[in-house]
Ligand binder design. Structure first.
Ligand code: HEC
Length: 136
């Protein structure tokens, strides 16, 4: 009996924390609506492996379409991967972060930079907050 109460209490406390960690992923950004796959068949073998790590790890909180359709400089990708890694429960190790960054840098140069108008510039925190306010 007491054990059941304790379990219910713990679950009740954990849920808001879980929801708080997901906030910002419950907003739809313009780039979320683009394609959610990259044809990597012409990429070098190590980048094809990197794509798998990227697709698995970067789709946990938002659609993988978000990074697939966002363009930034390599320096910004490096910072952005770190920012995503440091979010609560990101589940991304340093080694995986490095693999993902290398994939994003290659993909930026070989796919996005060749056709920049097909993609979206990354949004500022203010722009994301504004979209959130509009959608709720
Ligand atoms: C733990 C949850 C989580 C994981 C894992 C995650 N993201 Fe995010 N991502 C977010 C949130 C939340 C936002 C909204 C902006 C913010 O709060 O930083 C976001 C926003 C973004 C944006 C939008 C940029 C912009 O400003 O327009 C990109 C690109 C992105 N993430 C890429 C990635 C990549 C690449 C990975 C994998 C390395 C990843 N995300 C993994 C939570 C996550």
């Amino acid at each position: 009996m007491h054990k059941a109460i304790r379990i219910i209490t713990v679950a009740g406390l954990a849920l808001p924390l879980f929801l708080a960690a997901q906030s910002g992923s419950n907003v739809t950004l313009p780039q979320d609506k683009g394609p959610d796959k990259i044809n990597v068949s012409t990429y070098p073998a190590d980048q094809q492996k990197g794509y798998k790590v990227f697709a698995e790890k970067c789709s946990k909180c938002h659609t993988i379409a978000r990074p697939i359709n966002t363009i930034m400089t390599k320096a910004d990708w490096e910072r952005y991967v770190k920012r995503m890694m440091h979010k609560p429960n990101s589940g991304i190790s340093d080694a995986q972060g490095k693999t993902i960054f290398e994939f994003l840098a290659y993909d930026q140069e070989n796919r996005k930079d060749k056709n920049p108008s097909a993609f979206f510039k990354s949004l500022s925190d203010e722009e994301i907050e504004k979209l959130k306010a509009q959608q709720h």
